[in-house]
Write a protein of this length. Structure first.
Length: 357
């Protein structure tokens, strides 16, 4: 079977999947369950000196595979993590990444004790990009374990923030946090679903996360945990091809259950084996040399159509804004080249790949 192992900031992971910080890593027992289910590493909920008090409710659906949340950091105080939760994981099989923040002062207070309590690495998180590099300096001054920084694709100066963090000594980057603020409305009640603007996670943010990962990896040689929008094995491959070393997920296993890890890993192994790939790590950054600014084509797209493969769903005809494509009753495909604008959407929606370019 293909080799799924990866090395993240010097830490050996048995596979690329990391349970990102969230409800599924709220205490030691939950973390142990995630590791047993197949996650190679788990990031704790963000630990701050005092516990948060979350509103009720604070998580809601935002369409298939997507969630909104108004959740804060850990609702367990730092003392409980230091005295009970982290020591309870001393015999774990897997990597433990402890999330902490949100300010340089809090990191200076907690980084050393969290490392001493058993963290394999720290993940620093703040909602203020200007605090990122100072948090790294605060952590690196008191710990010898790897320090990652969680950044947000919302930040307009994302790549510059990453550069400042690396200059301050960061060992890796997690990209990205949930995005927003966002809003969904309960139309029956005429109220926002969570009573306020919220943060979006899940399938909808995958393209934005991929952009952030690729942008970082194009500019910096750094280990990145690509986090946000991953729900299936092919998404894992996309993240790795965009430059990620490891891949974080929380919304998919939260909605589908912890079995998601084992199922996704099995699918990932099959996907790699069917295409002759011996090692997942060999695919890292594969797409980066091909990224370019959109440019006018030298000519129209050349289409091929395999009639025996076509299921006659008619999607290619429906989505053609220029009414250039037609499917005859006998299964033959015709194209009015004068109308066609080579947008490529017809190929993108073909469920059987009967239509190709």
């Amino acid at each position: 079977m293909p080799d799924l192992t990866v090395t993240l900031c010097g830490l050996a992971l048995r596979n690329p999947l990391v349970l990102a910080s969230g409800p599924l890593s709220w205490n030691a027992a939950a973390i142990r369950q995630a590791l047993a289910a197949g996650a190679a590493a788990v990031v704790t909920k963000t630990i701050r000196p005092a516990a948060t008090v979350n509103p009720a409710p604070h998580i809601a659906l935002a369409g298939p595979g997507n969630l909104l949340n108004t959740e804060g950091w850990s609702d367990l105080p730092a003392d409980q993590w230091l005295e009970r939760e982290l020591p309870a994981l001393a015999d774990r099989e897997g990597v433990l990444i402890v999330s902490t923040g949100h300010t340089p002062a809090e990191v200076a207070q907690l980084a050393g004790p969290l490392a001493a309590a058993g963290a394999d690495a720290l993940e620093l998180v703040s909602y203020r990009p200007e605090d990122a590099a100072p948090m790294v300096l605060a952590a690196k001054g008191s710990v010898g374990i790897p320090v990652l920084v969680k950044v947000n694709a919302n930040w307009p100066n994302l790549v510059d923030v990453v550069g400042a963090c690396l200059a301050a000594g960061a060992d890796g980057i997690t990209a990205s946090d949930s995005l927003g603020p966002a809003l969904r409305v309960d139309v029956e009640a005429g109220r926002p679903r969570l009573g306020a603007f919220a943060w979006l996670s899940g399938r909808a943010i995958l393209p934005l996360t991929l952009r952030a990962v690729a942008e970082i990896c194009l500019r910096h040689d750094v280990a990145v945990v690509g986090t946000g929008g991953v729900s299936r094995a092919e998404d894992v491959v996309e993240m790795v091809m965009a430059g990620a070393t490891a891949v974080g997920a929380v919304t998919a296993p939260l909605l589908m259950g912890l079995d998601w890890f084992g199922q996704t890993l099995a699918h990932l192994e099959r996907w790699l084996a069917e295409r002759g790939h011996a090692r997942l790590a060999d695919l890292r950054g594969l797409v980066l040399p091909h990224l370019r600014e959109p440019m006018p084509s030298a000519g129209p797209l050349a289409f091929t159509f395999n009639a025996p493969t076509c299921n006659r769903c008619g999607r290619c005809v429906t989505v053609c804004a220029y009414q250039a494509r037609h499917l005859r009753p006998d299964g033959a495909m015709t194209l009015d080249q004068a109308r066609c604008r080579s947008c490529g959407l017809c190929v993108a929606v073909c469920p059987t790949s009967a239509l190709r370019t």
